[in-house]
Write a protein that binds this ligand. Structure first.
Ligand code: FAD
Length: 452
């Protein structure tokens, strides 16, 4: 027998989007409940503590323009520290079997003069487009029909430069460049202040890290929600009409005046909708597959890579790790992290955890020497194996989707409102976009509930 519980608003999903919506509603005195499938909050942001070190297995960087996320951290007295960058970045030279120092655009991250020219060209194009994911029109359609891989093949004849740009963009979008359009590249980069800012640390999207881990603010938000938050409570079914919304879980259902569905697109589509989702919206949701990413973090007793002059930033365009970097907290133990995205992440995701970790440690050894073989601790996560995320960092529209009015994802369906980073106009795919989308959904509902 299913228990029925009533509230003014029911929020589905306790990632940063759902939590932002719930807290904004709660702050205006609204009666809100939150249903979360996992036994924790934070969704695609998850910090694990190992041997006293906080390790971010999901989202972690606070970008220079991510003002909402910064304000939220300040609200909970959480601090950030700059992403460690001292030393030389490295490029794995497969033939020579060693890491080569690599930097082309001063202070930034590209591989050869040819790459710098391509970056400058993309920057010029980015400056001409609007910085929102639902950019439409004939130019938008034209650029949405061109994949990043096609463009690189045609415009960047230098092999090394093309490989470097390809690796950095695969790591930015977490899908192969053959699966992401120039439209998505332009609008995402425009929202982050340009291509180099989107790829870079200082002044860019990877500028800072959160002391204590990036899910700290989510945990504080959960504390404020208290008993209104129901963990291990997956939504299965949504019924809505002009009187209200009922969201059904396994043992209980919530009836509310409004709902906020703050889930990744595939999870929105997987709910049992009554009435059914309109066809165009359902088809749009089908064209937003999740990216693929595996992250591995290794804690060491000494920063041996820094001692050898390396910053920890390393790129390998062929091996099991796309990108390495240093995420050591100030005063804490040294930590090397890796991101492997797209096809190579899918390969890692099939392996047992120990083998996956070993492949990454082998890459660290090749790059930085034998000491990398013996970390104090190593943790990993292939996000495509996570039932309630289905991948990461975010859903990336398949090329050609711009013709399908993608802005509809953020539009309410009767009394059901939608949040989630994929619905954000700006910083789409980032924590910042998730927070903005939750605040927007809360405002939509408040203005309706406040209406005379
Ligand atoms: C490895 C990795 C690295 C990343 N790096 C960064 C970074 O450095 N900086 C950055 O800004 N962003 C980064 N991101 C992206 C960022 O984490 C996401 O954009 C953001 O967390 C999305 O938040 P959200 O609330 O929209 O969605 P989610 O976090 O996915 O939240 C959705 C919630 O809904 C729950 N859920 C799913 N289905 C149901 C259901 N049926 N019923 C109830 N609950 C359900 C899920 O468990 C989840 O808690 C990264 C992501 C990954 C995976």
């Amino acid at each position: 027998m299913t228990e029925r519980l009533d509230s003014e608003v029911v929020v589905v999903g306790a990632g940063y989007a759902g939590l932002a919506a719930a807290l904004a509603l709660h702050a205006t005195g609204r009666d809100v409940v939150v249903m979360e499938a996992r036994d924790r909050v934070g969704g695609r942001v998850h910090t694990e503590q190992r041997d006293g070190v906080d390790l971010d297995l999901g989202g972690m960087w606070v970008g220079a323009t991510h003002d909402r996320f910064r304000e939220l951290l300040e609200r909970f007295a959480l601090t950030t520290y700059p992403t460690p960058q001292d030393g030389r970045a490295g490029w794995w030279d497969e033939e020579a079997g060693r890491l080569r120092p690599y930097r082309l655009v001063p202070g930034k991250w590209t591989a050869a003069p040819a790459a710098a020219a391509a970056v400058a060209r993309i920057e010029r194009l980015v400056r001409r487009v609007p910085s929102h994911a639902s950019w439409q029109g004939s130019d938008a359609e034209r650029w949405d029909a061109v994949t990043v891989a096609d463009w690189l093949r045609r415009r960047v004849p230098n092999r090394q430069a093309r490989a470097a740009l390809d690796a950095s963009l695969v790591t930015t979008f977490s899908v192969e460049t053959s699966q992401v359009s120039m439209h998505t590249l332009f609008t995402t980069a425009a929202g982050e202040g340009g291509l180099l800012r989107m790829l870079g640390a200082e002044g860019g999207s990877q500028q800072d890290l959160v002391a204590g881990g990036a899910d700290g603010a989510a945990r504080r938000m959960a504390e404020l929600l208290g008993a209104r938050l129901h963990l291990s409570t997956p939504a299965r079914e949504v019924r809505h009409d002009r009187h209200g919304v009922t969201v059904v879980s396994d043992d209980a259902s919530w009836t509310a005046q409004h709902a906020v569905v703050a889930l990744p697109p595939a999870h929105v589509a997987a709910l049992d909708w009554h009435p059914s989702l309109p066809g165009p919206r359902r088809q749009l949701l089908q064209r937003l597959p999740m990216g693929s990413v595996t992250k591995v973090l290794a804690v060491y007793d000494r920063p041996f890579w820094r001692e050898a002059g390396w910053s920890g930033d390393a790129v390998d365009v062929h091996g099991p790790v796309t990108l390495g970097f240093d995420v050591s907290p100030p005063g804490g133990p040294p930590v090397l992290a890796s991101l492997t995205c797209g096809r190579r992440s899918l390969e890692l995701a099939e392996l047992p955890a120990e083998e996956r970790q070993q492949r990454v440690l082998d890459a660290f050894v090749a790059w930085f020497g034998a000491e990398a073989a013996t970390p104090l601790t190593v943790v990993d996560r292939s996000w495509e194996n996570e039932t309630w995320s289905g991948g990461g960092y975010s859903a990336v529209p398949v090329p050609g989707t711009a013709t399908m009015r993608p802005g509809v994802l953020a539009e309410p369906l009767g009394r059901v409102h939608f949040a989630g980073t994929e619905t954000a106009a700006r910083s789409n795919g980032y924590i910042e976009g998730a927070l903005a989308s939750g605040e927007r959904a809360a405002k939509e509902i408040t203005s309706l509930l406040d209406a005379p």
